[in-house]
Design a protein around this ligand. Sequence first.
Ligand code: ADP
Ligand code: ZN
Ligand code: ZN
Length: 741
Amino acid sequence: MNSSAKPLPDKDSLPCALTADSLAKPHIVQVVFDVPLDRAFDYQSAQPLAVGSRVLAQFGPRKLVGVVVGQRASSPHTLKPIGAVLDALPPLPADWLALGQFAARYYHHPLGQTLFTALPSALRNPPRRPLTAPPLYALTAAGAAWQPKAQAVRQLALLARLRQGPLGLDEARSLHASHPRLLRDWAQAGWVTQVAAEQAAMTVCPGPALNAEQAEVVAGLDWHGFSATLLDGITGSGKTEVYLQWIARVLAAGRQALVLVPEINLTPQLEARFRARFPHTPTVCLHSHLADGARAQAWLAAWQGRARLVIGTRLAVFTPLPELGLIVVDEEHDGSFKQQDGLRYHARDLAVWRAQQAGVPVVLGSATPSLESVAAVQAGRYRHARLTRRASAAALPAIHLLDIRRQLLDEGIAPAAWQALADGLAAGETSLVFINRRGWAPVLACVDCGWLSSCPHCAARLVLHWQDRRLQCHHCGHHEAIPHACPSCGNPDLKPLGQGTQRIEAALRRQFPQARIARIDRDTVSRRDAWADIDRQVHAGELDMLVGTQMLAKGHDFPSLSRVIVLNADGGLYSADFRAEERLFALLTQVAGRAGRGSLPGQVWVQTQFPDHPLYLALQAHDVPGFAQRLLEARANDGYPPAVFQALLRADAPQLDTAMAFLQQVQQHASQSAGLVLCLGPAPASMARLAGRERAQLLLQSARRAPLHALLSALCAELDAWAKPFGSSLRWSLDVDPQEV
Ligand code: ADP
Ligand code: ZN
Ligand code: ZN
């Protein structure tokens, strides 16, 4: 469907080795491939092939893996034979194919590409070696009796885990990068031994006794077939605890559970929390950092029913689960559930569809539910469960708004915030400085002529990364050396404007030389292991101050954290994106929710130039439902989702004119047949230039889904043809329910 695809030769003109007549009774199968063409191709097979079979077949000049999606009685054409059947695995299950078919239809994406997105990459190619279940390691008698030295922290941790039951290399690696090596060493020493895949044993370690609110929510889930529930619970209200109780019930009933979490939240700590509760339940974690082989293994374990609990990021929504009993989507409002390229699916929405298909409950949990889910509750489509109190004794943090309009900031930090940091240090408590910008400063400037460091390929500023001695584009990856003088006027006095995490970290170190400080952003935490170290340090009371981006905002439970300072949040208040306020509110609520989760009362200081803005007032009052209602009403008034449904057709080309002309043409066709669909644009995208390409977009929107999708189907049938005259330099893509407009 993508216009950059090479035209393929007509299959009828390809030479074929076998003709239909040369076989007694050929079976005709329809096969889809990982190609940008929205159709299936007919092949003949000597044996009957079930739908869902993976095959190897000649496709143009290449041999490709394909998936059988249908059968046919006869064909008017002479067909090529299937090259080989990849039968090391049974055919892909029917409900998995149905999910793929739904996603292809809903997102108007070719079925072949959709199915191949949903498959782990190791299954997209012919197998190099057979996939066998990975071994598990269990303690031997000698191992059980062995006691490492008290300071051997990692060895003790691994031993503690093994005492709960056997574990595989993947889990070992997720606990710590050094664990797989330890396991092999211990196997040589005779302390552990390989065992065959264990049977699902049902041990559930006890959790805390539920409070009354939690107990009511746990008991209230509707288990009779499909139900969708929004679990709307303030930060620290014990949502995870509630999930764990439901999951225990599902596992005890011999069913599988699927838990979807945002990219950033799937930390080893979260994994460990689930494994600690269900130590003998075969659990797999699926995320994008997993190696291909490991991902395929986890996927197969789920498909074959060996894995009973699957925890994963958005891609895990496609895991085949023959005995699915419950789906949980944690932090359901999180933007990372939406894929931003290729098949632009929303894992939360597919999860709801999937639960309906399987006839099981789905729970969407959040402290700041998406407006889509709130609207679904109001429309009666989702049930509503609420947790209004923190689970531990702690109260919600007190929120102070620091009006910075008439204050002298030092390194971007107001006097009251500096004082709070000093107080925290004196009290021996941990503080967090949140600034959602990595690097040293967002831009380098010349105060004489007004020059600003800009990316040559994007409509974006180059961010100063002082420690790396370079300017860096956070959009396309371009980087260059820091100039010694202004490239425009020669002035040697260039100034970094504004603050990033690196600069704040340096300022804190200068001000509090005795403090133990860690910075957490994408530059410092690229490996999953790095999390484990920071988490351990915070829990062990080894850190006084954390400086970080939104990586720190979510999911983490640091009992010693009592003070949070929020810098530079105002940018989200007056953005062109109508979702910016919703996102900022969710982010700040999450950040604030980090404070005071243990026994210490939490305090939050938010620096702002707009202390009277309704967003900050709602934040201060912890009024999540009130703020959501205000936004919903505004969206309804202005005609934005969830009051309407949108699709965005994006186009990019070396020249803006090309992209605009293509979209103009689409717009003309669309408005002829549109009726109930509004066509807005085309217009340059909010980021008009990215990686050297000019971007434009056409927004289609309707109060009802059906006419929008009818129009999209009609347009998709023609888009390739309309794009063709513009040549291969034009690229386009369709985004249904776009999150960024
Ligand atoms: P959420 O997912 O809503 O942010 P969690 O489930 O992580 O909340 O719970 C927050 C903290 O409260 C955790 O440390 C958790 O162990 C604890 N907790 C949850 N439920 C209870 C309970 N019923 N009694 C005591 N502590 C609880
Ligand atoms: Zn200059
Ligand atoms: Zn760039």
